[in-house]
Ligand binder design. Structure first.
Ligand SMILES: Nc1ncnc2c1ncn2[C@@H]1O[C@H](COP(=O)(O)OP(=O)(O)O)[C@@H](O)[C@H]1O
Ligand SMILES: [Mg+2]
Length: 236
């Protein structure tokens, strides 16, 4: 359980102000327009060297979250590439990696054919899968991913969400994304972020067409069918 008692970040022209938000174990998805504050919120949770942080009272299981190396695996929105093989990249952020943990991650993310390549030469979607495999090997209690579906085709978007669903009973996952249909289909909770303020976390079933329309400043409709949700533009 990751609890934000208070987080206040102030840049020159933008601020985040959050009080009393708790992300419980499970898949917590953050939605919101470009520039709404999703990435700033995640950097605020991490806390290191974020210049605008004015107040940061965040707890992990009732202990102040100061230093996240044992707690959070974090995948930022942009990740620089450099010359390193996929195999070395997968294990470089974990101390001891068992052969079985390595093989399981390689298989789960369908990257066995890539392990000898440099990460510089992967497509966007391949690199994303390699990054998520690296996180899964770290086995930390919190996984935080900024824009998870970026670069992934339809099949891998669903596979990635299914991976998170399988991890959800054992971890606290916080991920931002743009695909509201995918989010409402897979999430345990949804948090809407706009103008540095949040609504939620709340059950996906509590998210209404009106809430999304206000959040994105667009006439949106939510339709729920057996097991999945569809968000579409009302006037098309
Ligand atoms: N280091 C910074 N200094 C000043 N403004 C920033 C900084 N980082 C982000 N911002 C501003 O904060 C706002 C929210 O950005 P961001 O959190 O990246 O939004 P999102 O991830 O929801 O698209 C934007 O207006 C952005 O320009
Ligand atoms: Mg962002």
């Amino acid at each position: 359980m990751l609890k934000i008692e208070q987080l206040r970040i102030a840049y020159e022209k933008f601020g985040v102000e959050i009080e009393g938000a708790t992300f419980s174990g499970g898949l917590n998805i953050v939605l919101g327009p470009n520039g709404g504050g999703k990435s700033t919120l995640m950097r605020g949770i991490i806390g290191y060297d974020e210049p605008g942080i004015k107040v940061r009272r965040i707890y992990w299981d009732d202990d102040p979250l100061n230093g996240v190396q044992d707690t959070i695996s974090y995948l930022p929105q942009e990740n620089p590439r450099f010359k390193i093989s996929v195999a070395d990249y997968l294990t470089m952020t974990s101390e001891r990696v068992s052969g079985s943990a390595y093989s399981a991650a390689v298989e789960r993310f369908d990257i066995s054919h890539l392990t000898n390549q440099s990460i510089e030469n992967l497509s966007g979607g391949e690199f994303k899968r390699v990054q998520c495999a690296q996180l899964s090997i770290e086995e930390k209690p919190v996984i935080m991913i900024d824009e998870i579906e970026q670069g992934l085709d339809l099949k891998y978007q669903h596979e990635m969400m299914q991976w998170l669903r399988r991890e959800a009973p054992f971890r606290t996952i916080i991920t931002s994304m743009h695909d509201a249909s995918l989010a409402l289909t897979y999430a345990d909770t949804i948090t809407l972020v706009r103008g540095g303020r949040i609504t939620g976390p709340m059950s996906p079933s509590a998210v209404t067409s009106e809430m999304l329309s206000v959040c994105y400043d667009l006439p949106l409709e939510v339709e729920r069918r057996s097991g999945s949700a569809l968000v579409y533009h009302r006037r098309l």
